[in-house]
Each structure stands twice: as structure tokens, then as C-alpha cells.
Ligand binder design. Structure first.
Ligand SMILES: Cc1cc2nc3c(=O)[nH]c(=O)nc-3n(C[C@H](O)[C@H](O)[C@H](O)COP(=O)(O)O)c2cc1C
Length: 306
């Protein structure tokens, strides 16, 4: 698989809506050449030229490699979105078949596609026909503990032409709670011939190595472990990145303000809270940051706290 051969690391940043936007991706890029996923991008909104959605897919000014994740149910819209993503510089197009959010499920997209293998097949085929870059699918174990169809579904996606698969080792019903069950990833790995990326509860070098040894996966994808830790991928790769936390937080804050304008101040709050996790007086810091409406005062709080 060409893109895998060219990657110097097989530790990836997971797609996270509301998190892996341009400012966060730029912070992660500071620390290494890892493959980074965008937030999920709604294909139908893009098809109807939503400017907000088009902006989410803009990779200008960023260093690759970046994968763009698209979500939707309509093969024509998904092919359109994939083509646009490739034009924008994505090195890989990923199809979301794992999101448990109600709005997507009711539209038979995200994790609901694992219950509609015919439509999932049509989507992968249409996207494959639309682009030259590799196409991957991100999925879960299945709907719930009684419907864990991930092995059959993965084989079906391979037949449809997917170049690699990411498996978040939880069911749709679990959402983000409960423990990820990596044994299903090994089961998939033994049945399909394309690369498999493991996802779920990988937060440091030890959990990454444990997961790789259990699953024999071809890569690991990190989600929540990267919140407030844009350096985590390089740490997982065994490197000890050297940086000043205060400078990182300030730079991220400035990037959020310049990208989102005044709204950036509100978007920054959750990131600041994540950066502060584990430090002393975190509750007090969070309270002050959430109450603050002036950029200069937030900067002063950051300088004082970190
Ligand atoms: C805030 C947040 C937003 C997410 N958004 C997406 C998304 O847009 N697309 C997707 O495929 N998964 C999304 N996920 C799921 C993650 O990519 C990942 O599969 C999940 O968090 C499990 O990995 P972890 O245990 O390393 O966090 C999201 C997760 C979180 C916490």
C-alpha cells in the first residue's frame, strides 16, 4: 500500500469533530510527520456548497500528510466530497462508518452503515472511483454486543475496494464508554488482507505497544489521548519532544483566535481545560478561563498558570 510505505510513523491522530480543526492540526504537526485526520466533513453539505463545510476541508498553509474524513449516505455526494478532498491535498480519504450521533444514525450514515452493508458497499465503490488516493473506512465493532459484525463487515469493505480500515474497538451502543475490546481487531486482522489500524483506549507508548502486540495491527490511531497533548503521537513513537508548555498553549490560543475570530475565545476554553488537566489548581483555572471574555486577560491567565 503506497501511502503506508511512505509514512515514517504508523501512529495517527484520530478524526475528532470540534477538535482536529486546522489550529489543532498545526499544533500536532509541530511534533512530527504523523498522518493526521481532519474532523468528519458532511458530504451532502459540501455537495450543496456550504461555506462552513468547505472551510473545514481547507488544508492550505498546512504541512501534510493529512487524511480528510467524509461522512454521509449518498454515494454521489460522497464521491463529490472525496474528489474535492483530493483536490485540496488529502493523501487519503476516510469514510466515517462509526459515528454514533443520533442525527447521522437517523440518516443511515456513520455507524448505521454497519447495518446497511449494501449501501456501505455502494459508497466505498463510488468514492474509490472518484479518487486516486487510498480510501479507508473507520468503523466500530458493530451496533451492540449482540450485533458485533465487524469481521464480516470488514471483509465486505475490502471487497468494495477499501485500501485500509480503522477499527474503533467499541460498539455503537457503547459510544465512548466501557473498555475497548482489541480482540476483535485481531479477529479482523486474521481475515482481511488490507492494513488495519487499531483505535480505542490507546493513550501512551505502553498501551500502544500492548495493543499492537495483541492485534498485530498495522498502525494505531489516538483520539482522546491527544486532547491537550498535541505532542502525544511523537511520545508514543518513543521520542521525548522538548518544548515549553506555556509557549505551546499560547500558540494554540493565538491560532484559534486568528482562525475563528472572536468565536475562538469560546472554542479555546475546552482546549485550555484539557491542557490544564493534571496540574494543581485546575478547577480554579477552568472557572476563571470560562468566565473571561477578553483575550488579553485569558493570555494573562495562561501565563500565570502554565
Ligand atoms: C470529541 C470527539 C469527536 C469525535 N469525532 C469523530 C469524528 O469526527 N469522526 C470519527 O470517525 N470519530 C470521531 N470520534 C471518535 C474518535 O475518532 C475515536 O474513534 C474514539 O475517540 C476512540 O478512540 P480513543 O479511545 O483514542 O479516544 C470523536 C471522538 C471524540 C472524543
Amino acid at each position: 500500500m503506497p501511502f503506508l510505505l511512505n509514512l515514517s510513523s504508523h501512529t495517527f491522530l484520530a478524526p475528532m469533530a470540534g477538535v482536529t480543526d486546522k489550529p489543532f492540526r498545526q499544533m500536532v504537526r509541530h511534533f512530527g510527520p504523523h498522518l493526521i485526520w481532519t474532523e468528519m466533513i458532511a458530504a451532502t453539505s459540501l455537495f450543496y456548497h456550504s461555506q462552513t463545510t468547505e472551510r473545514m476541508m481547507d488544508l492550505s498553509g498546512e504541512l501534510g500528510p493529512i487524511a480528510i474524513q467524509i461522512v454521509g449516505n449518498n454515494p454521489e455526494h460522497m464521491a463529490f466530497a472525496a474528489h474535492k478532498a483530493e483536490e485540496n491535498g488529502a493523501v487519503l480519504i476516510d469514510i466515517n462508518m462509526g459515528c454514533p450521533v443520533k442525527k447521522l444514525i437517523s440518516n443511515i450514515s456513520g455507524a448505521a452503515l454497519m447495518r446497511d452493508p449494501y449501501q456501505a458497499f455502494q459508497i466505498v465503490k463510488a468514492v474509490k472511483d472518484a479518487v486516486d488516493v487510498p480510501v479507508t473506512v473507520k468503523m466500530r465493532l458493530g451496533w451492540d454486543k449482540d450485533e458485533c459484525n465487524v469481521v464480516d463487515f470488514a471483509q465486505h469493505m475490502e471487497e468494495a475496494g477499501a485500501d485500509a480500515l480503522t477499527i474503533h474497538a467499541r460498539t455503537k451502543e457503547q459510544g465512548y464508554s466501557g473498555k475497548a475490546d482489541w480482540s476483535f481487531i485481531s479477529a479482523v486482522k486474521s481475515k482481511v488482507h488490507i492494513p488495519i489500524f487499531a483505535n480505542g483506549d490507546i493513550v501512551d507508548e505502553i498501551s500502544a505497544q500492548k495493543c499492537l502486540s495483541i492485534t498485530k495491527a498495522d498502525g494505531v490511531m489516538i483520539g482522546r489521548g491527544a486532547l491537550g497533548k498535541p505532542w502525544i503521537l511523537s511520545e508514543i513513537d518513543g521520542k521525548s519532544p522538548c518544548f515549553g508548555l506555556k509557549e505551546i498553549v499560547l500558540e494554540h490560543f493565538e491560532r484559534l483566535l486568528s482562525y475563528y475570530g472572536a468565536k475562538g475565545l469560546f472554542i479555546a476554553r475546552k482546549h485550555l481545560a484539557w491542557y490544564a488537566t493534571g496540574h494543581s489548581f485546575v478547577a480554579q483555572f477552568r472557572r476563571l478561563v470560562y468566565a473571561e471574555k477578553k483575550k488579553e486577560n485569558v493570555i494573562a491567565l495562561i501565563k500565570e498558570f502554565f
